[in-house]
Design a protein around this ligand. Structure first.
Ligand code: SF4
Ligand code: SF4
Length: 364
């Protein structure tokens, strides 16, 4: 087990949330652990060669069902980015093509998440979840800002989703608005309470992660009356975590935009081991295929976009183009967006296993 795995383990998350004082302490040391963990992982994997296919069916396919959002978080590039497509919702046809082709490649996990965009703004989301299940996608996860959660909850917990992550803010209305850019504190916390209640009533079919982005230390949220109302739902399947640091989105977000204890993570050296992000494909709302779909800089049309599902080629063929990006890493010529990236993580080439899909090897 490496350091990253250790600080992501359940006992660590429990320690982080079980006691306000311990939580604050861990919140302070977490950035140091993260820096240490990535260096250990680099050491473990240096000198190894990347082998195997460019796509990893054992991982998930991220699908951006919409690139529109109803928040304007200070730590996110949504409010600043120049997008190549207008703000819209993915068509059912494009979604079917994405899900079906991913399943054909051996994939069984779809993640409804996008670099920017709020999936609950897609009124056809439940139909998309339902379709994904009919083609054999068994793991379905979603990340939401929770603003529309209250209205969506009963149907969402029985939809077939296996995990719901809520990226949420402070329990105090003014603090929430300062970080998320909208006055939706009440709807988010009510929505979360309703989500936890409905999920618990039917035996917790969804794992729920409450990811709190706060301008304060964790103890303030943990001691708030809003948190006390939901605390009893915490379990192995319902967890809370606090973001300790934030990425700059390729230098797009100035440090002056962050609030309170929020701070940017330190950029990492440009190691030659390819980044794990190159094995995490995203289908953008308009059909573009992008590797590392959780970050871009000032524009979402950059060197990590490797194709478009509107082309007359399959997803498998498009994903093979990642080989060029991997080669650029190993030759010391990273794409611009990847230089000095603070969320870099080296591919674990030692974990390549004999292939189970398409005669290739896959990374576990
Ligand atoms: S972080 Fe999420 S919720 Fe906030 S502006 Fe960006 S896409 Fe919207
Ligand atoms: S280096 Fe950063 S931007 Fe590049 S693939 Fe990795 S995480 Fe994504």
């Amino acid at each position: 087990m490496d350091l990253k795995q250790i600080y992501q383990t359940r006992w660590f998350s429990w320690l982080s949330t079980g006691n306000p004082m311990i939580s604050d302490f861990l919140f302070r040391i977490r950035p140091i652990l993260a820096q240490l963990a990535v260096r250990v992982a680099v050491l473990q994997n240096s000198g190894r060669e990347f082998r195997g296919p460019c796509y990893n069916p054992a991982g998930g396919l991220q699908i951006g069902v919409t690139n529109a959002c109803n928040a304007a978080c200070v730590f996110c590039a949504y409010r600043l980015v120049k997008t190549q497509s207008t703000r819209k919702v993915m068509t059912m046809d494009m979604f079917k093509r994405s899900a079906f082709q991913w399943r054909s490649l051996g994939g069984s996990h779809i993640d409804f998440v996008n670099a920017v965009g709020e999936p609950l703004l897609d009124t056809g989301l439940l139909d998309k979840i339902s379709y994904a299940r009919t083609v054999g996608i068994s793991t379905l996860s979603l990340t939401t800002n929770g603003i529309r959660l209250f209205q969506a909850v009963p149907a969402l917990v029985t939809s077939g989703l296996t995990r719901i992550d809520v990226s949420m803010g402070d329990a105090d209305k003014c603090d929430y608005a300062e970080v998320f850019g909208v006055n939706e504190c009440e709807s988010v916390w009510c929505g979360v309470e309703s989500l936890l209640q409905h999920n618990a009533e039917i035996g917790n079919p969804c794992v729920i992660n409450l990811r709190i982005r706060s301008k304060h230390r964790p103890s303030l949220t943990l001691r708030s009356s809003r948190f006390q109302r939901i605390k009893h739902y915490l379990s192995e399947k319902v967890r809370v975590s606090f973001a300790a640091e934030y990425d700059t989105w390729g230098g797009t977000i100035p440090a002056s935009d962050l609030r309170g204890v929020m701070r940017h993570s330190r950029p990492l050296p440009n190691w030659k081991i390819p980044c794990i992000g190159l094995r995490q494909p995203t289908i953008c709302t308009d059909g573009r295929v992008r590797m590392c779909g959780c970050r871009f800089a000032i524009t979402d049309e950059d060197e990590l976009v490797i194709g478009n599902l509107n082309e007359k080629v399959t997803l498998g063929v498009i994903l093979e183009r990642t080989r060029d990006l991997i080669q650029r890493f190993t030759s010391g010529n990273r794409p611009k967006i990847c230089r000095d990236c603070s969320i870099y993580w080296p591919m674990s080439t030692k974990r390549l296993l004999p292939g189970t899909q398409n005669g290739h090897q896959v990374e576990g």
